[in-house]
Design a binder for this molecule. Structure first.
Ligand code: AGP
Length: 613
């Protein structure tokens, strides 16, 4: 996710901005830039790639003289990584400079209007639209704070922004909605930043801005305003963390931080693509005619992304009535698949760089299939190679074990399913409406899976089971597919031998492995199959298994008749239930790994992106 730093004081700004940005590198980025008020004008330096590229451009900051400015590390969402797309963005006449973290959902409409009003654009970004919108109002009002307020009032979406005006040296304005932004109180200097690590070296007195807040500050004074633009007093808090803890936002591990980011990541992926109750996919060009001729969908991926494909099979076949085959990328390439113009190959990859998946994509295109990628890293190899790409806006995922990227990939599957089913009219209008309504509340329901009570309950169960040697995950239908991911999490980070089986398959062999103390995680959220799964649980308990259950609140009492140890998740539309079921399984694996003294964020033998075949 992008990083913002702002400085205003008596010292040279550029070196402080570069230092602050270097403390935000862990957030992941693909370009960086600074803007400093120097010799009466706003001077910008920015570069694609690592921060060192930018630092080299300005001699470590010494080539850009000035005592106030803003800096940015960009995690591309709109527009591929490039010099011109990197921040800060200057407005057309060079009077306004902006750095931004977030997504402006109505930027295209605003851009069209601004072009009609004579503004010119250089980049593909939503942020440049904001800079020009502020400059447009500044030209009319000749008042920097009022211009910012008018412009921000027209923005839809999420933003944390630092803004400079060439005609108002010595003042920085910052605004915040949904994306994080803090204000740091210094002695004769003040700061803004996306996160504490950027300014911890200079001050520990900070304020976490609230949604709708605006701060207008100089080196000696800061005025805060709430969402109604009423002045508000902010009481600074003192950060006690060290720099390492600060990078994880106070969480012990990136994985835990990223699990807690799942509500926001899912919302950030879904909400820009649902407008007036309809799924709108501007990113792709799958026409009704093309879809009517579609005979098959392959879903090609590796690891957890493959398990999203296994879920995708059930979700897409149920809604679109098109045959769907999930297949491992490493197998697809050598399976001599039957491909053609009537085949859509859906490629799923968080990193967009997985070698097997990339090679499978090339093979699919060579054989004439249409390709659509679901990717988290903008401008990655797979994103560039596919005919169409839909980005998951999960932000950078640092932990090797995927969590929020998995959840956002699954969210995009829901969007694609509704998009296709709507065009093919294979879904009843009322079902479409129900699904869209549930998608809009999915982030809140995921958050309900992450309460302290829920986590404490899961941690308690992990304390009972962390010494097991083997674990089985069993479920049916969508629950069976989510067991694959729950099992992989346990393997990956807790190094426990774990297998996922369709519950109905146990009696065909695997049940011979059950012995006294074998851990069985039973996932039972599919209403029509609940009783059958409970029968399977009775079979394994009769053979000495320890069973831990996951079900919906609706079955909380019923499941206790068979499984005393269980966790419930809120209920949603059955097709969306996996987004909730996976959360306790992620938390369970996390605590099992902790209790076993494993390196949660960097598990042995694994890499975040497997760029070798
Ligand atoms: C998941 O926790 C693992 N890190 C791994 O299975 C991963 O999903 C797989 O390597 C695919 O990665 P990708 O999504 O970046 O292509």
């Amino acid at each position: 996710m992008c990083g913002i730093v702002g400085y205003l004081g008596n010292r040279q700004a550029a070196p402080i901005l570069l230092d602050g940005l270097s403390k935000l590198e862990y957030r992941g980025y693909d370009s960086a830039g600074v803007c400093v008020y120097s010799d009466g004008e706003l001077k910008v330096a920015k570069a694609k790639g690592r921060l060192a590229n930018l630092s080299g451009l300005i001699d470590g900051g010494n080539a850009l003289k000035g005592t106030f400015g803003i800096g940015h590390t960009r995690w591309a969402t709109h527009g591929a990584p490039s010099d011109v797309n990197s921040h800060p963005h200057m407005a057309d006449a060079g009077k306004i400079a902006v750095v931004h973290n977030g997504i402006i959902e109505n930027y295209l409409k605003l851009k069209e209007e601004l072009i009609r009003k004579g503004k010119h654009f250089r980049s593909e970004t939503d942020t440049e639209v904001v800079a020009n919108l502020i400059e447009y109002y500044y030209d009319k009002l000749q008042d920097f704070p009022r211009a910012v307020r008018r412009a921000v009032g027209q923005l839809e979406g999420s933003y944390a922004m630092g803004i400079l005006c060439q005609d108002m040296p010595g003042t920085i304005i910052a605004v915040k909605k949904e994306s994080p932004l803090i204000f740091g109180f210094g002695d004769g200097e003040n700061f803004i930043a996306s996160d504490v690590p950027a300014i911890l070296k200079y001050t520990r007195k900070v304020v976490y801005l609230n949604d709708g807040d605006t701060v207008i500050f100089t080196k000696d004074k800061a005025r805060f305003y709430d969402a109604f633009y009423d002045p508000v007093e902010k009481v600074p808090e003192t950060i006690e963390w060290d720099i390492d803890a600060a990078e994880k936002g106070g969480y012990d591990h990136f994985m835990l931080k990223e699990i807690h980011e799942e509500p926001k990541a899912v919302k950030g992926t879904l909400s820009p693509r649902i407008r007036d109750g309809r799924v709108v996919l501007d990113d792709i060009s799958l026409t009704k005619e093309y879809l009517q001729g579609l005979k098959k969908i392959y879903i090609v991926a590796c690891g957890s992304s493959n398990y999203v494909g296994c879920l995708g099979k059930l979700i897409l076949e149920k809604t679109c009535r098109i045959p769907v085959e999930p297949i491992l990328a490493s197998e697809f390439r050598y399976a001599d698949p039957v491909l053609g113009e009537d085949t859509l190959v859906l490629i799923i990859s968080q990193s967009g760089e997985t070698a097997d998946t990339k090679a499978a994509l090339v093979e699919a295109k060579r054989q004439g299939a249409r390709t659509l990628a679901i990717v988290n890293v903008v401008g990655s190899a797979i994103a560039k190679e596919a005919d169409d790409v839909i980005y998951t806006w999960a932000g950078p995922e640092i932990a090797v074990a995927t969590t929020k990227a998995f959840s956002t990939q699954l969210s995009v599957i829901y969007l694609i399913a509704l998009y296709i089913a709507d065009l093919l009219e294979t879904i009843r209008p009322e079902e479409y409406r129900d699904l869209v309504a549930e998608l809009m509340s999915l982030d809140q329901k995921i958050a309900l899976c992450l309460t302290e009570d829920k986590i404490a309950q899961i941690r308690y169960y992990a304390e009972q089971y962390f010494n097991v040697h083997d674990a089985f995950f069993i479920g049916r239908n969508l629950d069976s597919a989510i067991c694959l991911e729950g099992s992989l999490k346990l393997k990956e980070i807790a190094y426990i031998h774990s297998e996922a089986y369709a519950a109905g398959e146990l009696k065909h062999g695997p049940i011979s492995l059950i012995e006294e103390g074998t851990l069985v995680v039973a996932v039972a959220t599919v209403e029509a199959l609940f009783d059958k799964t409970m029968s399977n649980v009775k079979e394994v308990r009769a053979r000495g298994a320890e069973v831990f259950g996951v079900t919906t609140e609706k079955f909380a009492e019923e499941i206790k008749k068979t499984i005393p140890s269980m966790i419930t998740v809120p209920e949603t539309h059955p097709l969306l239930q996996p987004s909730l079921t996976i959360i306790p399984l992620q938390i369970f694996a996390y605590h099992m790994a902790l209790l076993r003294g494993c390196d949660v964020d960097k598990p042995r033998n694994l890499a975040k992106s497997v760029t070798v075949e």
